[in-house]
Design a protein around this ligand. Structure first.
Ligand code: MEV
Length: 323
């Protein structure tokens, strides 16, 4: 029995960092997808091929899933299998092969997307009825088991797709009914280190608690206004909010020179606004621009050393590709 499941990548639109501390964020699912082919086997083995993250022929006894040294590229899939097995035991083994339509360097959430794919596939293959919320919970637990800190918005996006207003730990997962979002996306060429950056901001908050709380409150207000602007397709206001949000992220110290250069280049070329997307220091920046400036904005991002990535925003969540 074999199944192919896919889940979308994500881009944070507004509210990063604050979302770790209970503030809302807005995130969208992108058209580049993670695919997992999952098969139940007779031999009690866990087998994984994930060439995108340099895992070629990884094998171990299924009862040892999650135990001992796990190669970096195998962690999320292996712990996902372990967590599924702990909750919904079944006999035999599991063979997984993952293939991504996007680089794991982009910060599109490849780990969360593969975790969601594998749990969804196992639930289908074993006939375990899992609601979207139950799938989210088990996948989020997997990410937390590995990373320690994470707000889970990327897991929610992989499950539900679309564009979500999200409050951790899935307290609110509200799909925003929009039909388009003409984002311009630039990749910095640098991988953001989310855990380090979250810890860095948390240190800052220990020293300046009121200042940082205040920044989170301001970010929250921007997220609320962004929600309205998104629903109204008010790209000009959304661009302005991007600029405000970016300023607040700069105060948190997560902007980084490369992203900042790309963001300023986009603004100077006529964008309504631009900001980093995610933890900061690397990964991607996003921008919105009037139609007549899109070409110039893309060229400016490239000139600033970024790589423009064409994406479709607001796409479908996890789905079965075939059986
Ligand atoms: C990272 O993409 C976004 C952060 O808010 C961390 C998280 O929400 O898990 C910095």
């Amino acid at each position: 029995m074999k199944i192919i499941v896919s889940a979308p990548g994500k881009l944070m639109l507004f509210g990063e960092h604050g979302v770790v501390y209970g503030r809302p964020c807005i995130v969208t699912a992108v058209g580049q997808r993670m695919k997992a082919t999952v098969e139940l086997t007779e031999e009690p083995l866990f087998e994984l091929k994930a060439p995108d993250v340099q895992v070629t022929n990884y094998k171990k006894a299924i009862e040892d899933c999650g135990v001992g040294e796990i190669p970096k590229g195998a962690k999320f899939v292996e712990v996902a299998v372990k967590n599924f097995l702990d909750k919904y035991p079944f006999g035999g083994g599991v063979k997984v092969e993952t293939k991504s339509e996007f680089s794991s360097e982009f910060g599109f959430g490849s780990s969360s997307a593969s975790t969601v794919c594998v749990i969804k596939a196992l639930s289908e293959l074993t006939g375990t009825k899992l609601s979207d919320k139950a799938l989210f919970k088990l996948a989020y637990k997997t990410v937390l088991d590995i990373q320690g800190v994470a707000s889970g918005f990327d897991v929610a996006t992989a499950v539900y797709g679309g564009t979500l207003y999200y409050v951790t730990p899935g307290k609110v997962i509200e799909p925003l009914s929009i039909d388009s979002l003409p984002l311009i996306v630039g990749y910095s060429g640098v991988k953001a280190d989310t855990v380090t950056l979250v810890n860095q901001v948390s240190k800052l908050a220990e020293k300046y608690p009121q200042v940082i709380e205040n920044i989170y409150s301001q970010i929250e207000k921007l997220v609320e206004q962004a929600k309205v602007a998104l629903l109204n397709k008010d790209w000009l206001t959304l661009g302005e909010i991007m600029n405000f949000n970016e300023g607040l992220l700069a105060i948190l110290g997560v902007e980084g020179k490369k992203l900042s250069d790309m963001i300023y280049a986009a603004r100077d070329a006529g964008a309504y606004g631009a900001k980093l997307s995610g933890a900061g220091g690397g990964d991607c920046m996003i921008s919105l621009a009037p139609e007549e400036s899109v070409k110039e904005v893309k060229a400016a991002i490239t000139k600033a050393g970024g790589q423009v990535i064409d994406i479709e925003a607001n796409v479908e969540g996890v789905r079965i590709e075939n059986e």
